[in-house]
Design a protein around this ligand. Structure first.
Ligand code: FES
Ligand code: FES
Length: 165
């Protein structure tokens, strides 16, 4: 039995037919929607590589069943830039060396966008580390990640460009 849902992904409404109620948002994005920017690390909610925004809040897409998302809005890393202009969080990750191999980076960036939108990041590195603690980096690029979140928080409070919609 198939199930139809309507989902808005990166601003584009999509009608999707789901054949298996167990399919996750992560697999839907990567395998059905050609959006491989969202990464599969552990596939069990432990690493944060699969983080996306769901109705503006960060979630692990590997733990989110696609069948539950009728009417939802999803933003992935592919939806952050506006044309050639990177999102301030993307720019800050580049400028602060917030990555090495890059495998965790899209999840880190989406989590940072969510954290800043929550208004919880502030300028305190300890609070940023706590707020980003669900995102594991096996390359241990944490110093640059924390600096990037600090810098993006400042840039976005100066320019009010944190809106990802
Ligand atoms: Fe989802 Fe690791 S792949 S938390
Ligand atoms: Fe390699 Fe984070 S940059 S896992």
């Amino acid at each position: 039995m198939s199930l139809s849902i309507n989902l808005t992904v990166n601003g584009a409404p999509q009608d999707i037919s789901i054949q298996d109620a167990r399919v996750t948002l992560l697999d839907l994005l990567r395998e059905r929607m050609a959006l491989p920017g969202t990464k599969k690390g552990c596939d069990r909610g432990q690493c944060g590589a699969c983080t996306v925004l769901l109705n503006g809040k960060r979630v692990n897409s590997c733990l989110t069943l696609a069948a539950t998302l009728n009417g939802a809005e999803v933003t992935t890393v592919e939806g952050l830039a506006k044309g050639d202009s990177l999102h301030p969080v993307q720019t800050a990750f580049i400028e602060n060396d917030g990555f090495q191999c890059g495998y965790c980076t899209s999840g880190q960036i989406m989590s940072a966008v969510g954290l800043i939108a929550e208004g919880q990041a502030g300028d305190d590195p300890e609070r940023i580390r706590e707020g980003m603690s669900g995102n594991i980096c096996r390359c241990a690029a944490y110093h640059g990640i924390t600096k990037a979140v600090q810098e993006a928080t400042r840039a976005m409070s100066d320019t009010h460009t944190g809106d990802v919609k």
